[in-house]
Design a protein around this ligand. Structure first.
Ligand SMILES: [Mg+2]
Length: 391
């Protein structure tokens, strides 16, 4: 291979695999990690997947599909430990390890050839060490850029290795269904199907103008580039975000506040700060906690847990207002309010099915645009209309 040699390594059913190494008796059974009652499935064994259980599916649905599946409560600390140990192994072969999430990394193997031998052997050896030293199965792909490497590791799953040399890229990609393409979620797949495009090859051969009409100029062009196996992205040596316990913001009023309208407005401001911090850390969270401190310094907190994790201002704001309303405070003198989001997860573990191309995700894009403007011009550059009123 000439040019870049990029590997993508992804642990198979990561949370479940960590659980199975301490409960080997569950090996081969349908097992999933997730909340037992109101939660969602976070990770499912391949036997559970064969019964229709998927990540992000409500646990109730999983139980209905497969009543004999074994549900395990998540143990995030154990997973973070396992993840660190795996990254320590990856670090032994190259300086350029880009953590995409706790269980997934890109590695630049371009320069390891002279020192360590053929990249495919380096990668096979890494997988053997991760299994031998950590008891964790993984899959890996090798290609001339990050996109092809990621697609290869996906197709290699579970417990496989797929090498795609540069001259084989289109032979590999084009027969695959469009909905298997990285970044293509349900909505984009639907639009592509409506355009009569079934395979990545169909997509690669479509006139850019057609796609730009359906997805906008930037996304349309990106779809064609990726479908042709072209990806100019350079890896960055970085860790996956450490799992913080919670992210939030609080504010003390200059004078004690009676008026619920002012509290609502402050909650919007705090929700904006909190969601911007979540997105910067690439985290999403499920538990939203409202805290209030009163003029007499007494305080209280109320929490609720969402069915799906979020990093969106409006969702966080709406829930915080709901918690506040439920308290039925009439004339309480509020001194301080705070919002925290807990139950944090890496955003990329949630958005594996995320749709990067669909314009319907306008709200998320708008939110990202506000984040960018705030970074460039300071936190008050762009605000939602209800915050720009005087009060
Ligand atoms: Mg994985």
């Amino acid at each position: 291979m000439s040019g870049q040699v990029i590997a993508h390594l992804d642990l198979d059913a990561f949370y479940v695999s960590v659980e199975l190494r301490r409960r080997p008796e569950l090996q081969g059974r349908p097992v999933y990690v997730g909340g037992r009652h109101r939660g969602v499935v976070l990770s499912a064994s391949y036997q559970a997947r064969a019964r229709g259980i998927r990540s992000a599916m409500p646990s109730v649905t999983a139980r209905r599909l497969c009543p004999d599946a074994i549900a395990l409560a998540p143990d995030m600390e154990e997973y973070v430990e396992a993840s660190k140990a795996v990254f320590a192994i990856l670090d032994t072969v190259t300086d350029v390890v880009e953590g995409a999430s706790v269980d997934e990394a890109y590695l630049d193997l371009t320069r390891t050839r002279t020192r360590l031998g053929r990249p495919e052997d380096v990668l096979a050896d890494l997988r053997a060490r991760i299994l031998g030293e950590q008891g964790l199965p993984s899959s890996a792909g090798l290609g001339p850029n990050p996109f092809v490497a990621k697609m290869a590791s996906r197709e290699a799953k579970p417990d496989g290795l797929l090498v795609v040399p540069p001259q084989m890229v289109t032979d590999f990609l084009w027969p695959l269904p469009v909905d298997r393409m990285w970044g293509v979620g349900e909505a984009t797949a639907d639009t592509l199907h409506r355009l009569g495009l079934r395979t990545i090859g169909d997509l690669a051969r479509t006139l850019p103008a057609t796609l730009q009409r359906a997805f906008g100029p930037r996304q349309g062009e990106k779809l064609v580039e990726l479908a042709n196996g072209r990806d100019r992205r350079r890896l960055m040596a970085r860790r996956p975000e450490e799992h913080e316990r919670s992210i939030g913001a609080q504010e003390t009023f200059p004078v004690d506040v009676y008026d619920p309208v002012i509290v609502h407005r402050e909650l919007l401001r705090l929700a904006e700060r909190t969601s911007a911090r979540l997105r910067r850390a690439r985290l999403v969270g499920r538990t939203i906690t409202l805290s209030l401190r009163f003029a007499n310094f007494s305080s209280l907190t109320r929490s609720l847990t969402l069915p799906e994790p979020t990093d969106l201002t409006d969702e966080i704001h709406r829930r915080a207002v709901c918690l506040y309303e439920r308290l039925g405070l009439q004339r309480a003198r509020v001194r301080q309010v705070g919002i925290r989001v807990e139950g944090l997860r890496d955003a990329s573990t949630v958005s594996t099915q995320a749709d990067l191309f669909t314009p319907e995700h306008g709200w998320r894009e708008a939110t990202a645009a506000i984040d960018r403007a705030n970074l460039r011009f300071g936190p008050h550059a762009v605000q939602r209309a209800s915050l720009t009123q005087d009060w």
